[in-house]
Design a protein around this ligand. Structure first.
Ligand SMILES: [Zn+2]
Length: 648
C-alpha cells in the first residue's frame, strides 16, 4: 500500500535531503509526491533545463526505499514565462488580466500556454520515463482551480463548443428559451459570457460551466495520454480538489486517469468526498491529507485517525501534505508534519506509528474494498443549475447529499456516492437528494433501478429542470413523477421548522421539516407523513409509491439530526439494509471485504475511551488474537478481521 508524504526538495538545502529520507524511512514512508510547482526549479530561464536537483533527490529517496510519484508542473509557470509570454494569463470575470502573483492563473486554451506547457511537461516526462524509482505520475495539481477565463479568445472557443453541441443557432435559441429579455441570437458569435457579477442567464451559465469543466478534463486527458505514450506501464492520477469547489465535473475527468486521486482535508471537507471521489470506479488514492490547518485545532491523534478513516471508506493509499512546514510563501503557516525547524514532533510520531501499522496490514488493505448496498447520488449539473438558477445557499444540493451520507455512516452502513448516471444494479437503496437536473439518461437509470426492485428516495426540489436548466412544463418532479407517484405544484422556503406527523416512521413523529417544503399532491403514492403546523397542516410531507418491483419515497422537506436518523432507519428497514454493527455514539465502524476476508475499522472519534463488543470469530488484525470486547482509547482505532462466514 502506498504510504507517503508531500516533499519539496527544491525548498531545502541538498544537505538536508538524506536527513529527511532517513526520517521518512524510519516512519515507514514508502512514497513521496513531488514536482507540481517545480517548473522554475527545472527551467529557471527559457531553454535552460536542469533536472539535476530532482535526479539527486529522487536517488537519495530511492536509496531509502522511497519511490516518487512525480507531477507535471505546467499550470504554474515561472515569472519569465509571464514576462516573455504575457498571453498565457487568463482574464477575470470583470475583464481584468490576472497578474502573476498567484498560482494557476493561465488560460488552458491560450496558444502560448498550450505550446509552452507541452514543452515543459514533455521534457519532464521524457527525462524521467523508465526511471525505476518513479512509481506513477500526477497530472499537475488541482486541475481547474483558477483556470476560468473570460477573454475573447476563450469566448471564441466557447462558441466552437456551442456550434458543435447545438449544430444551429436556432436549436440553441429553442433549447435556452433565448427570447427572454430579447436574447434571441442570430449567430453563435453573439453569445456573451455569463454575467457572474449580476444575475446570469441560468441556461448560458450552465453551458459555460460545462465548457470550462470540459477544458479541465481535456487538459488532464491530454497529459495523461502523453504520459502513457512516453512512460508506458506507469499509473496516472490527479488530485480532485475539495468538494466545495465545483469548477470541474470529476466524473468526466475520472476516465482519463488510471486511479482517482483527491484532497482530504477533514474538518473543512466532509467524509462524503472519500466515497464520492472513489465513485463508480470504487478506488481512489488520497494525494493530500491535511496534517495541520491554521484555523483548526488538530489535537493528538487526529491526523492518524483521519487517515484510517479514509482507508475505511475505501481509499487505497495516503499521502500526507506536507513533509515540513514551508518557511515562505502563501502556505508559510499552513500544513506540515514537521514544523519549520524540521525537528521531530507529535505529528511525526503519529506518522511513524501509522507507518508501522501500514507495514503490518497494508497487504490486507490492498486485497479488500468496501461493499455497499446503499448509494447516495449527487451531480455537478444539479449543483451548477441551482447556483446559477436559484442562487439560494440553503438550496445547495450537495448539502443534502452530505447530510444523508453522514447519517448512513453514523449508523455504520457502508455507503457509496455516485453520479446519477452510474450503474445502480448492485444497490438495494439509493438516495437521490435534490436531483434538480433530470435528463433522459438519469430518468431512465432511476426507472430501471426501481422497476428492478430497488428502494429510491427522492427529496424536495427534484426534477425541476432539464439538461439545459429549463424548467419542465409538467408538474415536478418532471420525468420522475410517475415513478414517485406525486405531482409537486410549488416549492416554498420554510422560515421556521415545521413539525411532522409521521406515525408509520418510528422516531419521526414530532420530527421537524426545515429549510424548504414542496407542495405535494399524491397521484398513486400514499402519504407517510404530513406537515403539522401553519397553513400546511395536514398536507403531505413524505410519500411512498410502489413502482414495478420497487418503491419510491418522496421527502418534501429537509430533515436533520434525530429526524434524519429516524428516516434513514426507516429507509434501511424498507430496503433490508443492516448496519455492520452497533457502536457507542461517536464510534464508527467501516468494513472492507475481499479474498474471503472482512476487515473492520473501529474508529473512536470521541475524547474518551470506549469498549466495543464483537461476536465470536473476530481477531485483532495486528496481533491475530481473538477479541470479543475491544478497548479503543480516545481518538484512536482498532482493526479487526474475520472470515466472511463470521457474524456481525
Ligand atoms: Zn482566455
Amino acid at each position: 500500500m502506498y504510504y507517503g508524504v508531500q516533499y519539496y526538495p527544491e525548498h531545502w538545502p541538498a544537505a538536508r535531503w538524506p536527513v529527511d529520507a532517513r526520517m521518512m524511512q524510519a516512519a515507514g514512508v514508502n512514497g513521496v509526491r513531488m514536482g507540481e510547482f517545480a517548473w522554475s526549479a527545472i527551467e529557471p530561464a527559457e531553454g535552460q533545463l536542469d533536472f539535476g536537483l530532482f535526479d539527486r533527490a529522487i536517488a537519495i529517496l530511492a536509496d531509502h526505499g522511497i519511490k516518487t510519484l512525480l507531477c507535471t508542473p505546467s499550470r504554474t509557470p515561472p515569472p519569465w514565462v509571464y514576462r516573455k509570454y504575457p498571453g498565457v494569463r487568463n482574464t477575470t470575470v470583470d475583464g481584468k488580466l490576472n497578474n502573476a502573483g498567484f498560482r494557476y492563473l493561465i488560460g488552458l486554451t491560450h496558444g502560448e500556454f498550450v505550446q509552452l506547457s507541452e514543452r515543459i511537461d514533455r521534457a519532464v516526462i521524457e527525462h524521467f520515463a523508465g526511471h525505476p524509482a518513479i512509481i506513477g505520475w500526477q497530472v499537475d495539481n488541482e486541475v481547474g482551480m483558477g483556470n476560468d477565463c473570460f477573454c475573447e479568445g476563450c469566448r471564441a472557443r466557447f462558441h466552437d463548443y456551442l456550434r458543435e453541441k447545438y449544430g444551429t443557432v436556432e436549436r440553441l435559441n429553442a433549447a435556452w428559451g433565448a427570447h427572454f429579455w430579447s436574447f434571441t441570437f442570430s449567430d453563435f458569435a453573439e453569445v456573451p459570457f455569463p454575467d457572474r457579477l449580476q444575475h446570469p442567464s441560468p441556461q448560458l451559465a450552465l453551458e459555460y460551466r460545462r465548457f470550462m469543466s470540459k477544458l479541465n478534463v481535456d487538459f488532464t486527458r491530454w497529459r495523461a495520454d502523453l504520459i502513457h505514450r512516453l512512460d508506458p506501464g506507469k499509473w496516472v492520477t490527479t488530485n480532485f480538489q475539495s468538494f466545495m469547489v465545483q469548477h470541474t465535473d470529476y466524473h468526466q475527468m475520472a476516465p482519463a486517469l488510471d486511479i482517482n486521486g483527491m484532497n482530504h482535508y477533514p474538518a473543512r471537507s466532509p467524509a462524503f468526498i472519500l466515497d464520492y471521489y472513489r465513485g463508480a470506479r470504487g478506488k481512489a488514492i488520497v494525494l493530500e491529507q491535511c496534517t495541520r490547518l491554521g484555523p483548526v485545532d488538530i489535537g493528538e491523534g487526529w491526523m492518524r485517525l483521519w487517515a484510517w478513516m479514509a482507508i475505511g471508506h475505501g481509499i487505497s493509499g495516503v499521502n500526507f501534505f506536507r513533509w515540513r512546514q514551508c518557511r515562505w510563501g502563501q502556505e508559510q503557516h499552513a500544513d506540515g508534519i514537521l514544523p519549520h525547524s524540521g525537528e521531530e514532533n507529535r505529528r511525526y510520531r503519529e506518522l511513524k506509528r501509522m507507518g508501522q501499522e501500514i507495514r503490518a496490514v497494508g497487504d490486507l488493505i490492498d486485497r479488500t474494498r468496501p461493499a455497499a448496498e446503499v448509494a447516495v447520488l449527487s451531480s455537478y449539473e444539479s449543483r451548477w443549475a441551482i447556483e446559477f438558477g436559484v442562487g439560494q445557499k440553503e438550496m445547495r444540493a450537495e448539502l443534502d447529499a452530505i447530510r444523508f451520507h453522514t447519517a448512513f455512516v453514523q449508523q455504520n452502513v457502508t455507503t457509496d456516492a455516485l453520479d446519477p448516471r452510474a450503474d445502480l444494479s448492485r444497490y438495494k437503496l439509493v438516495i437521490a437528494p435534490r436531483l434538480f437536473v433530470v435528463d433522459a439518461a438519469i430518468a431512465a437509470n432511476l426507472e430501471r433501478f426501481v422497476a428492478g426492485g430497488g428502494v429510491l428516495c427522492l427529496t424536495a426540489a427534484s426534477g425541476v429542470v432539464d439538461e439545459y436548466n429549463v424548467s419542465f412544463d409538467t408538474p415536478r418532479p418532471g420525468p420522475l413523477r410517475e415513478l414517485a407517484g406525486v405531482e409537486v405544484s410549488d416549492l416554498s422556503p420554510l422560515h421556521a421548522p415545521v413539525s411532522l406527523q409521521a406515525a408509520p416512521i418510528l422516531g419521526l413523529f414530532r420530527g421537524e421539516g426545515q429549510g424548504m417544503a414542496d407542495e405535494i399532491h399524491p397521484t398513486t403514492a400514499e402519504t407517510l407523513a404530513t406537515f403539522d403546523g401553519g397553513w400546511r397542516r395536514g398536507l403531505p410531507a413524505i410519500t411512498i409509491n410502489r413502482y414495478g418491483a420497487g418503491t419510491v419515497i418522496y421527502l418534501g422537506t429537509i430533515l436533520e439530526g434525530e429526524s434524519l436518523a429516524a428516516f434513514v432507519r426507516y429507509l434501511r428497514g424498507l430496503a433490508g439494509v443492516e448496519p455492520l454493527m452497533a457502536t457507542p455514539a461517536g464510534v464508527v465502524a467501516h468494513e472492507r471485504v475481499g479474498d474471503g476476508l472482512r476487515l473492520r475499522f473501529l474508529l473512536n472519534h470521541t475524547d474518551a475511551p470506549v469498549t466495543v463488543t464483537l461476536p465470536a470469530g473476530w481477531r485483532d488484525a495486528f496481533t491475530g488474537q481473538p477479541c470479543a470486547a475491544v478497548e479503543i482509547p480516545a481518538v484512536d482505532m482498532r482493526l479487526v478481521t474475520a472470515t466472511m462466514n463470521v457474524g456481525c
